[in-house]
Design a protein around this ligand. Structure first.
Ligand SMILES: [Fe+2]
Length: 220
């Protein structure tokens, strides 16, 4: 399909740190940067990620099928990392397996007042004539134009069900010491979509964090 969209000649600037799209969800230790990806090749598994800023908090996620009373609990893993002068929050990931195809599931992360609830719809079982719509995004970054790009996708009448993200995510590496705070803002920025549909990732050149000049470089 062809778009009439022509990109602007001026380079768009990154949105400032206090932009509404980067807002931290309210409540102590509230899960943020919540997003999902496909968990296996059959597409009946989903991995949920979230970050708790203050302490690890609960590793447990609750999920249930829309048409079911049965609430399932599953425990995930928590990691944190340092990158030069940056220390991450507590990064949770949790895999849900053996989901029904073509079914709406609700899921809830965090506890008490700071808990947050979302949903996703699993794809139909794959086959030769099964329709399914992928969105394709790359080089998103976090400029004012990035916000427009994501909005274009969200408002496209042909509703994408899963995003294939073809690399170059946050562009945090444009900052001194690859300022990983810009990974957190990016995670909060894309949450509005990636929390409801899987984003399937590949890494681009901007994801190569090997930087020997920082002395303690890691590949992130
Ligand atoms: Fe790129």
């Amino acid at each position: 399909m062809k778009s009439t969209f022509v990109r602007n000649d001026d380079l768009s600037l990154d949105m400032p740190l206090d932009s509404d799209v980067f807002r931290v969800p309210p409540g102590y230790n509230a899960p943020q940067q919540v997003h999902i990806t496909q968990g296996d090749y059959e597409a009946n598994s989903v991995i949920v990620f979230w970050v708790t800023p203050d302490e690890p908090g609960s590793r447990t996620m609750i999920y249930w099928a829309e048409n079911s009373e049965l609430k399932n609990r599953v425990d995930g893993l928590v990691v944190k990392y340092k990158y030069f002068n940056y220390t991450s929050g507590y990064i949770h990931h949790c895999t849900i397996k053996d989901l029904e195809f073509d079914t709406k599931y609700y899921y809830q992360v965090g506890t008490g007042k700071a808990s947050r609830r979302f949903w996703f719809i699993t794809p139909p079982k794959s086959g030769p004539d099964v329709p399914y719509t992928f969105g394709l995004i790359g080089d998103l970054g976090q400029t004012h134009d990035s916000n427009q790009t994501l909005t274009h996708y969200e408002f496209n009448p042909i509703k994408g069900q899963t995003i294939l993200f073809v690399g170059d995510l946050s562009y945090a590496d444009d900052y001194p010491f690859h300022d990983n705070v810009r990974w957190d803002t990016w995670g909060r920025f894309i949450e509005r979509n990636a929390v409801y549909q899987p984003w399937i990732w590949t890494a681009g050149n901007h994801e190569l964090d090997f930087a020997p000049q920082f002395a303690n470089a890691v590949v992130g």
